[in-house]
Design a protein. Structure first.
Length: 647
C-alpha cells in the first residue's frame, strides 16, 4: 500500500514563533554593547582600563569563534525548541549572575555574565535562516529571516540607548553603582519573563512542512558535520561570500564596540548622544534595511547584485563617517552614521540568505555559523620589527644548559649564565642571592618575570600558597636580598612584570595568603595586583638611591601557561592563543624597553604597556594599601634581622 504524500502547509502560529525568537534574541543582543556604549562610565565605576570594557563586547565575538561549530552540531542534532530553551536560558543565567556585579571590585563578575550571555548568542546567530525555512513558505523565507534578524538588531538598538539613559555619568561613585544595579535588575527581570514564554509557547516545528524543500530535507539523510565542512571549503562562491560579508560586518561590529571612545575623543561629554546615534544606525540598517533588502531578495532573488550594491555603499558611507568626525561636525554624524548603518547592518541578512542559497541543501545553521565566524574573526596587531635581544644573566627553574647554548648562538652573546632558582622556595631564593653576591661585582637590572597559575590550591614548604609565593613573595624576598648590590651598581633598575588582569580583582589584605578560594586561577590576578603595589612602594622607599622600580603589562603572550588548563578547555584556549596572542619575542619588548631604554632612565614608580606609560586604577595607586601589603609580605617571607632592608 502506498504511503500518502506529505502535505505542504503554513500555519498562523509561525508568527508567534517568530515573535518569541525576536523577543529572546533582542534581550540577548541588548547585552552586546551595554557596557561599551557607556565605556567611560563603566571604566570610571569599575576602575578598569578601556580595553577591558571593550572586552565585554569582544567576548561575544570570541565566543562565537570558539563555540560556533560545537553549537552548530547541537542545533542540527536537536530541534529548534531545545535550541531556544538553551540560548534563552543561558541569557537568563548570565543576567542573574550580573546581579552580583554591582560592587566596583567585581568587574570579573560582569565578564563571567557576559561570557554566558555570549555563548547563548551563538545559538541565536546560527538559526534565523533555519527558523524561517522550517516555519515559512518559500515566498516568505527571506522576509521571515529579515524579521528574525530584526529582533536581534532591535536588541542592539535598545542596548545603545537604554544604558546611557539609566546609568548617568556622575562624580559620585555610589550613584553610578545604584544606576548599574537598576540596569541589572531590569535585565534579569525581563530576561526571566521571556525565558518563561519560551518554555511555555515555543515549538520545534509545524505539524506539516511549509515547503517542498523542507519535505526534501526531511526525506534525505542529513550529512555529517565533516561532510558539511568539506562541501563549504570546496564551494568557491561560498568562500567569496565569507570574505566579503565577514569583512564588512566584522568592521561594523568593531565600530559599535569602539564608538564610545572614538566619538568622545571628537565630541567630549556627549555620552547620551552616542547611544541615540548608534540606535539610529541599528534601526536604519538592522531594522529598516534588513526588511527592505529581505523583501527585495524575496521579490527578485538578485543575491549577487544586491550584495555588490550594499557592500560598495557601506564602504562609501563609511568614508563620510570618518570625514564628519575629522571635520568635527557633530550634526553630520547624525546623518552619516545612520546611513552607514543602513547599508552595513543589512549585510548580515543578505549574507545569511546568500550563503544559504549557495550551499543548499546544506543545513542553514551550518552556513550561517561559519559566515559569522568570519565576521567575528579578530585581527591581531603585530609589531613593526623584532629586535635582537641578549641578556647577561638568565635565571630560571626550568632553563637547561642546551637552551642556554641556543641563546648564545642566537644572540652571539657569550656572557649568558644559567642559574637555578625556585621562587616558591625561600631556601632556594637565599641560596641563589648569596651566590649572585659572591660571583657578580654589579647588578644593573633585576627583572622579575615570574608568572605561574596553579589550577588547585597548593602550599609550599614555607606554608605559602604556591601562586602567591612564586609571583609575589619570592620576588619580594629576592629584591631585599639583592638590594645592596643594586644600590652599589646605581644607576640600576628593578623591573616587575605584572598584568592588566589585576583590574579584574581586588586585593584583600586580610587574606593575602589564601588556603581556599572559589576560583583558583584568580590568585594569578591577585598576585599581579600585589606586584604593582610592591613596585609602587619599592619606588617610594628607593627614592634618591639611584635605583628605580617600574612595573609593566607585557600584553597577551603565548607563554604556554594555557597548557596547564583542563583538557576540555585546552583546544579552545589554544585556538584563541595562537590566533590573538603575541609571540614570546613580541611579548618581551616592553620588558626590554623598561629595563634598558634611555627614555626610562630616572623614571620610577610607573606602569608601562606597549612601551608607553599607562594609567593605574585607584586601588593600585593606594599608598596605604601598598604599605600594608609591604608589612604583611615582610612577615611572610621571614626576613631576618641580618637581612638587608630597602630603606
Amino acid at each position: 500500500m502506498d504511503e500518502s504524500p506529505v502535505s505542504v502547509k503554513v500555519y498562523k502560529y509561525r508568527w508567534i514563533i517568530l515573535l518569541i525568537f525576536c523577543l529572546y534574541s533582542a534581550i540577548n543582543f541588548l547585552q552586546f554593547l551595554q557596557y561599551s556604549i557607556i565605556a567611560n562610565i563603566t571604566a570610571k565605576y569599575y576602575d578598569v582600563d578601556d580595553t577591558l570594557v571593550d572586552l565585554t563586547g569582544l567576548m561575544f565575538m570570541i565566543c562565537f569563534i570558539i563555540f560556533c561549530l560545537p553549537i552548530n552540531f547541537l542545533i542540527e542534532k536537536y530541534n529548534l525548541r531545545i535550541t531556544a530553551i538553551l540560548s534563552s536560558g543561558l541569557t537568563t543565567v548570565g543576567n542573574l549572575i550580573k546581579l552580583l556585579s554591582a560592587s566596583p571590585d567585581r568587574f570579573y563578575v560582569v565578564l563571567i555574565g557576559q561570557f554566558i550571555c555570549a555563548v547563548g548568542q551563538v545559538f541565536m546567530l546560527s538559526i534565523p535562516s533555519k527558523l524561517a525555512s522550517t516555519w515559512f513558505g518559500p515566498e516568505e523565507v527571506s522576509t521571515a529571516c529579515a524579521i528574525a534578524i530584526l529582533g536581534t538588531q532591535i536588541g542592539v538598538a535598545i542596548g545603545c540607548v537604554f544604558p546611557s539613559n539609566v546609568v548617568r555619568n556622575s562624580d559620585n561613585i555610589d550613584d553610578i553603582g545604584n544606576d548599574f544595579f537598576t540596569l541589572m535588575i531590569i535585565d534579569a527581570a525581563v530576561t526571566s519573563a521571556i525565558f518563561l514564554v519560551v518554555l511555555l509557547f515555543f515549538r520545534a516545528k509545524p505539524p506539516s512542512p511549509p515547503s517542498q524543500s523542507q519535505i526534501n530535507i526531511v526525506e534525505t539523510d542529513k550529512p555529517s558535520t565533516l561532510e558539511i565542512l568539506k562541501t563549504m571549503v570546496k564551494n568557491k562562491n561560498y568562500l567569496l561570500i565569507l570574505l566579503a560579508f565577514g569583512s564588512s560586518n566584522g568592521m561594523y561590529s568593531s565600530f559599535g564596540i569602539m564608538i564610545n571612545g572614538v566619538y568622545l575623543n571628537y565630541f567630549p561629554g556627549y555620552e547620551v548622544e552616542i547611544g541615540i546615534i548608534c540606535a539610529m544606525a541599528v534601526v536604519a540598517g538592522g531594522c529598516i534595511g534588513s526588511v527592505v533588502f529581505g523583501y527585495i531578495l524575496d521579490r527578485w532573488n538578485r543575491f549577487k547584485l544586491t550584495s555588490f550594491f550594499i557592500i560598495i555603499s557601506s564602504a562609501v558611507t563609511y568614508i563620510f563617517v570618518v570625514l564628519s568626525m575629522e571635520e568635527k561636525s557633530q550634526l553630520a554624524t547624525y546623518f552619516t552614521i545612520p546611513i552607514f548603518g543602513f547599508f552595513v547592518a543589512s549585510t548580515l541578512l543578505v549574507g545569511f540568505e546568500f550563503a544559504t542559497e549557495t550551499l543548499y541543501p546544506i543545513p542553514e545553521a551550518a552556513a550561517c555559523s561559519v559566515l559569522n565566524t568570519f565576521i567575528y574573526k579578530l585581527p591581531k596587531k603585530l609589531p613593526e620589527e623584532e629586535q635582537e635581544l641578549s641578556w647577561l644573566v638568565a635565571i630560571s627553574k626550568r632553563l637547561k644548559k642546551p637552551e642556554a647554548n641556543e641563546i648564545v648562538a642566537e644572540t652571539n652573546n657569550q656572557n649568558v649564565i644559567v642559574k637555578k632558582l625556585d621562587l616558591s622556595s625561600q631556601e632556594s631564593i637565599r641560596e641563589f642571592a648569596a651566590e649572585i653576591i659572591r660571583s657578580e661585582p654589579r647588578l644593573d637590572v633585576l627583572l622579575h618575570n615570574a608568572g605561574m597559575a596553579a589550577n588547585k590550591i597548593q602550599m609550599t614548604e614555607d606554608n605559602i600558597e604556591l601562586t602567591m609565593a612564586t609571583n609575589h613573595f619570592g620576588p619580594f624576598l629576592l629584591t631585599h636580598l639583592l638590594i645592596e648590590l643594586l644600590k652599589k651598581s646605581a644607576p640600576s633598575r628593578v623591573v616587575v612584570v605584572a598584568s592588566e588582569l589585576y583590574r579584574l580583582v581586588s586585593l584583600n589584605l586580610d587574606n593575602i595568603n589564601p588556603t581556599r578560594t572559589w576560583f583558583v586561577p584568580r590568585l594569578y590576578y591577585i598576585s599581579k595586583y600585589a606586584n604593582i603595589c610592591f613596585t609602587k612602594e619599592l619606588a617610594r622607599q628607593l627614592d634618591g638611591t639611584g635605583v628605580t622600580a617600574n612595573c609593566l603589562h607585557p600584553g597577551l603572550v603565548d607563554t604556554g601557561i594555557w597548557e596547564s588548563a583542563p583538557a576540555v578547555f585546552r583546544w579552545p584556549l589554544k585556538l584563541v592563543v595562537k590566533t590573538l596572542f603575541k609571540t614570546p619575542v613580541q611579548g618581551c619588548k616592553t620588558s626590554v624597553y623598561v629595563a634598558c631604554s634611555e627614555e626610562v632612565e630616572g623614571v620610577t614608580g610607573k606602569y608601562f604597556s606597549d612601551c608607553k606609560e599607562k594609567r593605574l586604577s585607584r586601588g593600585a595607586n593606594d599608598e596605604n594599601k601598598a604599605k600594608k601589603l609591604w608589612e604583611l609580605s615582610e612577615n611572610l617571607v621571614n626576613l631576618k634581622p641580618t637581612d638587608p632592608r630597602i630603606y
